[in-house]
Design a protein around this ligand. Structure first.
Ligand code: SF4
Length: 402
């Protein structure tokens, strides 16, 4: 398939892995922002192809994982109302709130439906005028234009029984929060290609300059990620800190301006709480005053509750790249995809789910890299035999998954 198979090609992957090894002379710590990239890295063993000098740190780019627990509780409260149809993407249904998740509400008789687009929810609202239809509008800049379009359509069609429960987060403020933290270890970023497809990448220039970090806009296939890593490492080795675009088949500097227009018309930038991380100034989107009638929080007048995360869950540290999933003492025991304690074990973009799915309960040999980055006793590179076998399996495993 064009634009898929060629980016899972074993030879191309090996070439980029070799290029990374050839250009690397000292330790570098890179963060991939997006949970989709994390899944590719873990699934294809990309981290195991890299020289030990390169440490990949998984970032907070899983929108499901960073949706505040208080908002999950509000979703649960709304979904339990008898005159409500609550619509959501599938990932959100099993994310634990403080007491229960949306799937539990559904099992208890709540009308909770999985949809594939916010426009499906608008259609449901027009077909069920006696019901309140609420869409759980979660995501990064990638999903915001579609949610803006849904509100716009509902207004245009005078559909007054539709509203959205909003938890949108923005990538650049999260990068700044990571870089300005005293415990920051990240020296370079792989920016999320799909976010930049919408937003372009001009926003990243001032960040790269201010913090002197390379930022490489990167795609999601194994060859994309290895190419992005190569570009990022090359910049670090050469002392450069620029914004580069690896994902040129999708991303333009200016992004999708029509999508941005819809987004800005419906949403304004607000302070946002990130689950497990805390408040980040100007890192979220909220509906503008003009669309207040479509704001589910206002429509249902829900009280604010401050809720604590389960004390065992270290998802905040995982989302900031300070710990890896295998460092969590309850990973794979008290926390599994079937019985998740935290959101990163639920979402298809969550780091804990990725490790559980592709690495089981094996403790990752590279987990210690974060703590031991200056250790001189490590071997330089993985054996070529192991690298080859990983990538020979790429097409096979994809085909098996259908
Ligand atoms: S394994 Fe479970 S409990 Fe541990 S950090 Fe991940 S989601 Fe939280």
């Amino acid at each position: 398939m064009k634009f898929i198979d060629e980016y899972r090609d074993a030879d191309a992957a090996q070439r980029f892995a070799r290029a990374v090894r050839d250009v690397t002379t000292r330790p570098h710590r890179l963060m991939e922002i997006c949970g989709g990239q994390t899944h590719s890295i873990v699934k294809y063993g990309i981290d195991e192809l890299l020289p030990d000098e390169i440490t990949l740190i998984h970032g907070p780019g899983c929108p499901v994982c960073v949706t505040p627990i208080e908002l999950i509780d509000k979703a649960v409260e709304i979904a339990a109302l008898h005159d409500v149809i609550f619509c959501s993407f599938g990932d959100m249904l099993r994310v634990p709130g403080s007491d229960k998740d949306l799937l539990t509400v559904k099992a208890s008789g709540g009308d909770v439906r999985m949809v594939y687009s916010p426009l499906d929810a608008v259609r449901l609202a027009s077909e069920n005028p006696q019901k309140q239809v609420v869409f759980f509008a979660v995501g990064f800049e990638t999903t915001a234009p579609a949610n803006a379009m849904a509100v716009h359509q509902a207004e245009q069609r005078n559909i007054t029984n539709f509203s959205i429960l909003v938890s949108h987060v923005l990538v650049p403020p999260a990068i700044e929060a990571i870089l300005s933290s005293p415990s920051n270890q990240v020296q370079g970023f792989l920016a999320a290609g799909h976010v930049c497809t919408i937003m372009g990448y001009d926003e990243y220039g001032p960040i790269a300059e201010k913090y002197h970090v390379p930022i490489v806009v990167t795609g999601f296939e194994p060859v994309d990620i290895l190419h992005g890593i190569y570009l990022c490492v090359k910049q670090l080795e050469e002392g450069r800190a620029e914004v580069e675009n690896q994902y040129i088949r999708s991303v333009r500097r200016e992004g999708n301006q029509r999508a941005q227009h819809f987004m800005r018309e419906a949403f304004q930038i607000v302070d946002q709480k990130w689950r497990g991380i805390g408040h980040i100034p100007r890192s979220g989107l909220g509906l503008r005053e003009r669309y207040a009638a479509f704001d589910a929080e206002l429509r249902f007048g829900l009280a604010e509750h401050v809720t604590e995360e389960p004390s065992e869950c270290i998802s905040g540290l995982v989302l900031q790249g300070i710990k890896k999933p295998h460092d969590c003492p309850v990973f794979g025991t008290r926390c599994t995809p079937e019985r998740p304690l935290g959101a990163p074990m639920v979402s298809t973009e969550g780091a804990c789910a990725a490790y559980h799915r592709y690495r089981g309960n094996l403790r990752n040999v590279k987990t210690s890299k974060l703590q031991n980055v200056n250790t001189s006793t490590r071997q330089n590179f993985k054996t070529s035999k192991r690298q080859t076998s990983k990538f020979q399996n790429i097409k096979t495993s994809e085909n098996a998954m259908g």
